[in-house]
Ligand binder design. Structure first.
Ligand SMILES: *[C@@H]1O[C@H](CO)[C@@H](O)[C@H](O)[C@H]1NC(C)=O
Length: 371
């Protein structure tokens, strides 16, 4: 049984907002996950063209190039290709909570050339890239304040669905070369999830040609973090590219009696998740190749200055009501979280990423983590 974070479920709050403003629509005509564009030729200025919906308009843009590139970029086109070439979704303004900015995150990348911000040099302290037959993922440790996430924020999940199907961030696109036979053709990722917070992250993109893409990249378990959505054995201070066995579908587990069960995440209204009926299985990895941060992220040195320069525009569309109480409770918890993890995983050297929300929440008592 694992203690888990209490959280804020956007849909609950969104429902409240909908009631309060009946005249305003909530859902777009076309859900984000149904909007498909080839990269780079078909990328529109903005993917989300809806106006008059409750969450406002798309915060940034998808057409990103040399004129947008830099630490003020509001580029919302992201990539996950390999250990040395990926982006993470994070806020545009320093000291932001993921819960407050989920609809507006922008792409922070390890490589220049795609019109985005760069993850500042030294922010990434350990990363594992994992290739499997159905998905690729990066799991890692990061000084999150360097990508504008408030210290102590245990964050939440970004995915192309969201309570209103406009995605978080709204209009966010993700591409990968990992599934092309040549290795350099971009494929749009229809199903993906990216958990950010607790100085750690996991970002998984699922091969759209795999019939279980939506299962491996499940987006409904937003309260239980990387441990349950992307079980892994990543370690801080280690940079490695591996192959791996497949995870179980998030939320699906085999009990001691051999019975397969699908977990139901309780609604926010029932309060904190304090126990879990299962421990996720961490799949075996193989053929891991290790690197140094310097050889992987050499392009970042030049991008390090001016990290997190706030971009001008005011935030809009944050309506989703990621309410939240979280700030100080989460911050208070942060200093204890590693210790908590240590107690939990013992000396196995298992990344606390693997469990981060779980143990941290036990200490915090009331941490806000959201959709
Ligand atoms: C570069 O990106 C900006 C912002 O999306 C866009 O307005 C501009 O048209 C783009 N330039 C080219 C040449 O595509």
């Amino acid at each position: 049984m694992s203690p888990v974070a209490p959280i804020l479920l956007s849909s609950v709050l969104l429902a409240g907002l909908v009631r309060a403003q009946d005249a305003t629509g909530t859902f777009p005509e076309t859900p984000l996950a149904s909007k498909h564009f080839q990269y780079p030729d078909e990328i529109p200025y903005k993917v989300d063209t809806d106006v008059g919906l409750i969450r406002g308009t798309q915060f940034g843009y998808n057409l990103c190039n040399s004129t947008t590139e830099g630490q003020d970029a509001l580029c919302q086109t992201s990539f996950l290709n390999s250990l040395d070439d990926f982006c993470l979704w994070a806020p545009s303004e320093p000291n932001s909570m993921i819960a407050d900015t989920e609809g507006e995150e922008v792409a922070w990348c390890t490589k220049p050339g795609r019109g985005t911000r760069l993850i500042p040099d030294g922010a990434l302290t350990g990363v594992q890239f994992m290739r499997t037959s159905a998905y690729v993922q990066v799991i890692g440790f990061i000084d999150q304040t360097k990508i504008n996430i408030a210290d102590g924020d245990f964050g939440g999940e970004l995915d192309p669905h969201g309570a209103d199907l406009r995605g978080n961030p709204m209009g966010g696109l993700v591409y990968s070369t990992a599934f092309s036979s040549s290795g350099d053709e971009y494929t749009q990722m229809i199903e993906w999830h990216n958990f950010m917070g607790g100085n750690a992250f996991c970002f998984k993109v699922c091969d759209p040609s795999n019939e279980h893409a939506a299962d491996y990249c499940q987006h409904i378990y937003d309260r239980i973090g990387c441990a349950y959505n992307a079980p892994n054995n990543a370690q801080d201070k280690v940079f490695e590219s591996c192959e791996g066995e497949l995870q179980d579908f998030p939320g699906v587990y085999t009990g001691d009696d051999g019975q397969i069960t699908t977990y139901t995440q309780p609604p926010e209204s029932l309060g904190a998740i304090t126990t879990m009926p299962y421990q996720p299985k961490v799949p075996a990895s193989s053929n891991c190749q290790s690197f140094t941060s310097a050889e992987l992220y050499s392009a970042l040195a030049s991008g390090s200055s001016g990290s997190g320069s706030g971009s001008a525009s005011g935030s809009q569309g944050s309506a989703t009501g990621s309410s939240s109480a979280s700030g100080s409770a989460a911050a208070a918890a942060a200093s204890n979280s590693n210790a908590a993890m240590g107690a939990r995983v013992g000396g196995e050297g298992v990344a606390w990423t693997a469990m981060f929300w779980v143990a941290a929440a036990a200490i915090a008592g009331a941490v806000g983590v959201m959709a």
